[in-house]
Design a protein around this ligand. Structure first.
Ligand SMILES: [Zn+2]
Length: 432
């Protein structure tokens, strides 16, 4: 059986909608009754949970932004007043990684919330073919950032031997995962590449190891990057995506790997909207994810604007039989990571896709700066061996993909650029 939850993963779309609507009513009623923040925001929008009669009533619920959550946290430290339970009932505290702001978002979970987080990860674990008997290695620094914590508990729940690879350097992790015969490794895409580079340096044979599956999460992952990872490891990669705000994943790639991931629609509602106007966009159109989660009781999340850019396609796009819609290519970027350079839009994911076509490039960095005569310049710094053709080829490929925009390519010494274990931060915008 390829499904973790055969009943819900194959529900007809009509019955799935009915299930979602019923869960939506419960969570809206819970939020209204227990959370001061939602009581305020519902009242301001003239919304009451009793108004949720049909699917279109979803849009009566006001949108929630990260700024509102952060403001609530600042006014009512340390957790803000979205909270719908007494903090004394919580069993865990996790934060965002702090990549987009100085002050991380803090979220509490109860024991049942935490069980829910692990349950959603199980859809991904089972869906990509991992079974009891597998040995899973989590190449992740276990800290307050939520990262792969939920996956750790998901592996345990699914009956998979779970090895926590925290508090070690990259070389020690490689030696461990090889020595323990890990068949599954979980990491960010960036860190999977770094593990492979380090393995090559110390002479460890990843392709000859027992690893056959890599679970990736934490960053958008262009196909070129995945191809490099799969080649270096001799293993299949499966993309997942989650966020601290829901405490778990919302998307997983099934064993059929149709070029995108299924949205876990029996536990979430995922809308896609135009980031400017907030109007819903149709299948195949790029837009911003708006998430409603059903399983987190301590911090209910209703219509949260995620800033993630996605393109939804219908369930039938995949041949696995699941009725869950998909996000083609996973998370494609963020509404706030697009850079405007001399009138041209530059998305870091697109640049990464091109850089990763050149297998000899190790780490890279995108630098934006203003020249003394007030021109915006964009430089891609790469760690790569001496190769006269490489720089010119890369410059031409980048320009061709960006309306002729001129990129400067700068070769820097190996090991001089920052390394990342969690979310990579490869864009440095030093413009005036
Ligand atoms: Zn599928």
């Amino acid at each position: 059986m390829p499904y973790w939850n055969p009943k819900t993963e194959t529900l007809s779309r009509d019955r799935l909608r009915a299930l979602q609507l019923s869960k939506l009513r419960s969570v809206a009623t819970w939020a209204q009754a227990r959370s001061p923040f939602y009581r305020r925001s519902f009242a301001a929008a003239g919304f009451a949970p009793e108004q949720l009669r049909g699917w279109d009533d979803l849009r009566r619920i006001p949108l929630l932004t990260r700024d509102e959550w952060m403001a609530s946290q600042a006014q009512h430290p340390p957790y803000g007043d979205l909270l719908a339970v007494d903090p004394a009932r919580a069993s865990r505290l996790h934060t965002t990684s702090g990549t987009t702001g100085a002050d991380p978002l803090r979220a509490l979970d109860t024991r049942s919330d935490w069980a829910w987080a692990a349950e959603l990860w199980c859809y991904a674990i089972w869906g990509c073919g991992i079974r009891p008997g597998d040995i899973a290695y989590l190449a992740f620094g276990y800290g307050s950032f939520i990262g792969f914590w939920g996956l750790h508990y998901g592996f345990e729940k699914a009956g998979v031997l779970t090895i926590p690879g925290g508090a070690q350097n990259t070389e020690q992790r490689i030696r461990q995962l090889v020595a323990f015969g890990a068949t599954v490794v979980a990491s960010t895409p960036t860190y999977a590449l770094r593990l492979a580079q380090e393995a090559a340096r110390i002479g460890a044979d990843l392709r000859g190891s027992a690893v056959r599956t890599l679970i990736l999460s934490g960053e958008p992952c262009p196909p070129q990057t995945r191809a490099l990872i799969e080649d270096a490891w001799g293993a299949r990669t499966f993309d997942t995506a989650g966020m601290t705000e829901i405490g778990t994943i919302f998307l997983f790639e099934c064993a059929d790997r149709p070029g995108g991931g299924h949205v876990i629609e029996d536990h979430l509602i995922e809308e896609v909207a135009d980031p400017e106007t907030g109007d819903p966009v149709g299948y195949g159109e790029l837009g911003e994810r708006i998430v409603t989660s059903f399983g987190r009781s301590a911090v209910p999340l209703l219509r949260y604007r995620t800033a993630d850019l996605v393109r939804k396609v219908p369930a039938g796009t995949c041949s696995c039989g699941r009725t869950f819609d998909l996000y083609e290519g996973g998370v494609l970027g963020r509404t706030d990571d697009m850079k405007l350079v001399r009138g041209t839009n530059v998305y870091p994911r697109a640049v990464e896709g091109i850089v990763r076509e050149f297998a000899s490039v190790g780490e890279f960095q995108i630098r934006l700066f203003t020249t003394p005569d007030l021109r915006d310049e964009i430089t891609v710094r790469i760690e790569a061996p001496e190769d006269p053709d490489l720089l010119g080829d890369l410059r031409r490929r980048l320009a061709a993909a960006h309306e002729g925009l001129r990129f400067q390519i700068e070769r820097v010494p190996g090991g001089s650029l920052p390394r990342f274990e969690l979310k990579a931060r490869r864009v440095v915008d030093a413009r005036a």
